[in-house]
Design a binder for this molecule. Structure first.
Ligand SMILES: Nc1nc2c(c(=O)[nH]1)N[C@H]1C(S)=C(S)[C@@H](COP(=O)(O)O)O[C@H]1N2
Ligand SMILES: [Mo]
Length: 441
């Protein structure tokens, strides 16, 4: 059976919030008070491309209105710069995942990189690479200090690492009883090559006191309520993780500026930890003398029961523990689920595996629902905290329906479970084996 994709249509998008819809689609800069707006050059080009011809009198076209040329076509809306087949789970805030077969690249390209926003990104007019500053403060810095992006580039050594970012809620849709939140399938994960400076080097320049326990981030995105006093998300990591070699303040993804929705012009990247730690549109880092307590640090956000619970059980906030390193996991990126082959043909299988702070030691595939497993070839990681690629060839004894399951085992001997792992109230950390359907005819 083919999975039902949720696509948000243009009309639905404009009905909810016409101004935000304009912004999403065209990057229209609008003044929320007068509800008027104008389109920037890039937006005009995008609009022209969608309409099949440039809109000559665009300056007179009212904000918040669907061009008739698009309103007739009942097409789903597309996010500028993103692949049209990404799946939109929510449009306010924007939450978009990548179907497994689109994760086939060894390094995830920007247009296929998932989006998980907790609030509304800064307006593009608020993003000026030349004046953007990152400020360090908090109980455990020797002095408050700010850097422009150029200063970061000039003063510190540049590093590039391939790092896996996976949302803590990736795989949530399988949990039963269901957990509230984005019903991610398997595609809230990606591994790109990130370039920037080590957070450690900058922290050392700022001067960190011995009482430092945690860092926290602040970004330039706004709360969905529109209340400027509210912060959509401010999470962080323990100082030990902040000081790791691969922990970056990045300005580039795959040699390009970071895509707008993924945190342009500056973000944190902490490979192997819930991606919620990796602050986008980064403007401030606080060095704390305690566990950071910004929005979505506190229970039950990004926490799981400290001890296993029965499905559906209520868990007290004080019994919820912060998620740190993510568990071992893999995804089959070829073929796409639903593939058909002829009897006698071998089917090539490929995908990626990752294991939080650990490495993947072994990769296996099964075509008989886990009764027997055959080893897959597993490549070493490009660097620590990057995902590893695997491939295998499988064959089938007779015509019929099969599933290919993939199972990774990490360097400590922990393997992915074949069925759902421990239920938890917020539906985090589902690392069950990925499976695809195959018909042999
Ligand atoms: N400023 C800011 N940083 C943020 C978020 C956000 O909403 N605002 N979302 C976090 C969450 S929950 C995830 S999973 C990752 C997603 O990164 P991506 O959108 O680049 O895939 O960013 C994290 N950093
Ligand atoms: Mo997330």
């Amino acid at each position: 059976m083919k999975k039902q994709k949720k696509k948000v249509g243009l009309h639905e998008l404009y009905q909810k919030d016409p101004i935000e819809a304009d912004r999403l689609l065209w990057g229209r800069e609008s003044d929320p008070d007068s509800r008027r707006g104008f389109l920037k050059k890039g937006a005009l080009l995008a609009m022209g491309a969608a309409l099949g011809a440039p809109m000559v009198h665009a300056a007179n076209f009212p904000a918040g209105m669907i061009p008739a040329g698009l309103a007739d076509a009942d097409q789903p809306f597309q996010i500028p710069g993103k692949h049209p087949d990404l799946v939109v789970l929510n449009d306010r805030p924007l939450n978009v995942e990548t179907p497994a077969h689109l994760l086939d690249d060894k390094i995830t390209p920007g247009d296929k990189f998932f989006i998980r926003n907790n609030g509304l990104p800064p307006e593009e007019s608020e993003i000026d690479v030349n004046t953007w500053t990152l400020t360090f403060e908090g109980e455990a810095v020797r002095q408050k200090k700010s850097y422009t992006i150029q200063e970061l580039k000039d003063r510190f050594e540049e590093h590039t690492y391939q790092l896996v970012l996976e949302c803590g809620g990736n795989g949530r849709k399988e949990y039963n009883p269901p957990a509230k939140g984005n019903q991610w399938d398997v595609g809230a994960v990606a591994c790109a090559a990130w370039t920037g400076v080590r957070l450690r080097d900058v922290l050392q320049d700022v001067g960190v006191k011995s009482n430092a326990v945690y860092i926290g981030f602040y970004g330039k995105d706004r709360h969905v309520s529109g209340n400027p006093e509210k912060t959509p998300i401010s999470r962080g990591v323990p100082i030990e993780k902040a000081m790791m070699e691969e922990s970056l303040i990045a300005w580039s993804m795959n040699g390009q500026p970071i895509p707008y929705q993924n945190g342009h012009p500056l973000r944190l990247v902490f490979g192997g930890w819930p991606a919620s730690c990796s602050g986008k549109w980064l403007t401030k880092i606080v060095v704390r003398d305690r566990v950071h307590d910004g929005p979505k640090m506190e229970a039950p956000s990004y926490r799981v029961p400290c001890n296993p619970v029965a499905p559906g059980e209520k868990v007290k906030d004080e019994d919820m523990c912060i998620i740190e390193s993510m568990p071992v996991k893999s995804v089959i990126t070829y073929p796409r689920s639903g593939a058909s082959i002829k009897l006698g043909q071998q089917l090539p299988i490929r995908g990626h595996a990752w294991a939080g702070e650990r490495s993947v030691e072994k990769m296996e595939v099964s075509t008989d629902f886990g009764a027997t497993w055959q080893p897959a070839q597993l490549e070493p990681a490009a660097n620590r905290l990057a995902w590893q690629h695997f491939n295998a060839k499988v064959s089938f004894p007779k015509k019929g329906y099969y599933e290919v399951w993939a199972r990774a085992t990490d360097s400590e001997g922990y393997a992915q479970p074949m069925i759902l792992p421990g239920w938890n109230p917020k539906g985090y950390l589902n690392n069950a084996c990925h499976r695809i359907a195959v018909k042999v005819g």
